[in-house]
Ligand binder design. Structure first.
Ligand code: BTN
Length: 246
């Protein structure tokens, strides 16, 4: 039984972005737990200003409205919980072995199958609400997208067959609800998140909003920052795109 997330689910055929629809409900005073899902997004957003476009009726694209009581820096923990919930769903539903890539990607066999876009809104300095947007590539093949197929994948590609999206969405929402409820009760998922990251100790290249860095991914701290060792100095990164160097 849904405690918060999924107490109300609104399904759309086509929207600009599920995050935008969820934001409209948030601004109108909707309580937390609302899920907006769509078969197609005309202007789906990814992190760092990128687009998120998947074929109509193939995948999971949803946004959750949350109103957590927490200080600003902790909002990153919601993204971590969501990544863990997606990974848990892929493990328990399909026996897949996902890893996470900082800050918010879920990978299967080293390729991205899911991304998370967490958008926050403040009233003065207090967090008013969070829109947690999740995209998960499901019933299509990256063979049709050769320019993406070297770094992105779908559940179809990993299993060799399609899956029931309703069951998948149901399981995902239940796992999100479970992680969010435990997080709200004070459980820390930092250790679980560190273990799920497939990149700690690895040599990485990080494209940040201010430049490119190369070093060893050493850790993720309690506020979700990546600790990168560059020339024996620790650098703390709050945003960026990581590639693992072979
Ligand atoms: C990323 O990896 O860059 C984040 C991708 C997030 C995509 C999801 S799909 C549902 C929600 N609505 C959006 O416009 N974006 C998120």
């Amino acid at each position: 039984m849904a405690q918060f997330i999924g107490r109300k689910i609104l399904r759309y055929d086509e929207v600009q972005s599920t995050n935008d629809v969820a934001r409209e409900f948030a601004e109108a005073g909707e309580p937390e737990g609302l899920v907006i899902s769509a078969e197609y997004q005309r202007a789906g957003r990814g992190r760092l200003g990128r687009r998120w476009t998947v074929p109509h009726g193939t995948s999971i694209q949803l946004s959750v409205l949350l109103r957590p009581r927490l200080r600003i820096a902790k909002a990153q923990q919601i993204t971590q919980c969501a990544g863990l919930a997606v990974a848990q769903t892929l493990r328990t539903e399909y026996d897949l072995t996902p890893t996470l890539k900082w800050p918010n990607d879920v990978l299967l066999n080293g390729k991205k199958c899911s991304g998370i876009l967490c958008e926050t809104s403040f009233e003065d300095t207090a967090l008013a609400y969070v829109i947690l947007g999740i995209g998960l590539n499901v019933n299509y093949t990256m063979r049709d997208y050769p320019d993406l197929s070297h770094h992105a994948t779908t559940i179809f590609d990993e299993l060799g067959h399609g899956v029931n999206r309703d069951e998948l969405e149901h399981a995902l929402i239940a796992n999100l609800d479970d992680y969010y409820a435990r997080w709200g009760q004070g459980t820390s998922f930092l250790e679980e998140y560190r273990e799920a990251l497939g990149m700690l100790g690895a040599a990485v290249r990080v494209v940040t909003p201010t430049g490119v860095l190369q070093g060893i991914a050493r850790d993720v701290d309690a506020d979700g920052a990546l600790i990168l060792e560059v020339d024996q100095t620790s650098v703390r990164l709050l945003a960026g795109d990581v590639s693992i160097l072979k």
